[in-house]
Design a protein around this ligand. Structure first.
Ligand code: PEP
Length: 257
């Protein structure tokens, strides 16, 4: 068995479809994917655009593929034009939600504070948050990777309890590796994942540090997933571009075959 499976953490391979695919295209890709994924030793999630959640939910119902959203707003309802609440996501069939993706931080002004509020809202409605953290190229080059992560974890998870964090997933996504074709080496990923697990241990103790899943994200492809998954602290992947085609994504999901 590969890295993550040597411990009790079940790998999660998650696909972030970003602002791609019409409803019809999303449904078709989900249909193809469901046929290609039968292995329940790996958790699988796809996060289509909001408009495709309902129709894709019908397609994945009863399969090994779970549904996630790419964002949410922290208020349960109200005059917040254009926003979507955690309750709405649950009613559309979601069990996961991606929070604090670097594209949201970069283009839509998300901060560690908004990330924290969103995590709390998700947990309240039993959505599993996939919380993205990661450094920019400049921050890595100036040796600030760990201090950036310290702050993102400290502020992002502020005032959350052990209970709250039971289903939370961290995705380490170095910004310089997202959509660039530049993957962190498995050694670089392991170094950061190990550090993040240590941070969780210091803040929340051994049990959570042992059980929390830490995904790697950044140009994951069928030909680099195996090597990444061999790392003891890499528990899965958050995949953007390579999740858009069912066949390619299924090769990543079926990394053990
Ligand atoms: C992402 O969007 O989270 C991501 C990792 O994208 P890509 O796989 O395309 O780098």
């Amino acid at each position: 068995m590969l890295g993550a499976n040597m411990n009790s953490r079940k790998p999660l391979i998650a696909g972030n479809w970003k602002m791609f695919k019409t409803c019809e295209e999303a449904v078709e890709t989900a249909r193809q994917l469901v046929k290609l994924v039968a292995d329940d030793t790996v958790d699988v999630m796809i996060a289509p655009a909001f408009t495709s959640l309902m129709p894709v939910s019908d397609v994945v119902k009863g399969s090994c593929v779970a549904l996630g959203a790419q964002n949410l707003f922290w208020e349960p309802e109200g005059a917040y034009t254009g926003e979507i609440s955690s309750g709405m996501l649950v009613s559309a069939g979601c069990s996961y939600v991606i929070i604090g993706h670097s594209e949201r931080r970069q283009y839509f002004g998300e901060t560690d504070l908004t990330v924290n509020k969103k995590i709390k809202a998700a947990i309240k409605d039993n959505l599993m948050p996939v919380v993205c953290v990661g450094e920019s190229e400049k921050e890595r080059e100036s040796n600030h990777t760990f201090s950036v992560l310290d702050k993102q974890v400290e502020k992002g998870l502020e005032s959350l309890t052990l209970n709250d964090l039971e289903t939370l997933i961290i995705a380490y996504e170095p910004i310089w590796a997202i959509g660039t074709g530049k993957t962190a080496t498995s050694k670089q990923a392991q170094e950061v994942h190990k550090y993040l697990r240590l941070l969780i241990k210091k803040k929340f103790g051994n049990n959570l540090a042992d059980s929390i899943r830490i995904l790697y994200g950044g140009s994951v492809k069928p030909d680099n997933i195996k090597e990444l998954m061999l790392m003891p602290d890499v528990d899965g992947a958050l995949v953007g571009g390579a999740s858009l085609k069912a066949e390619t994504f299924s090769k990543i999901i079926n990394f053990q075959i």
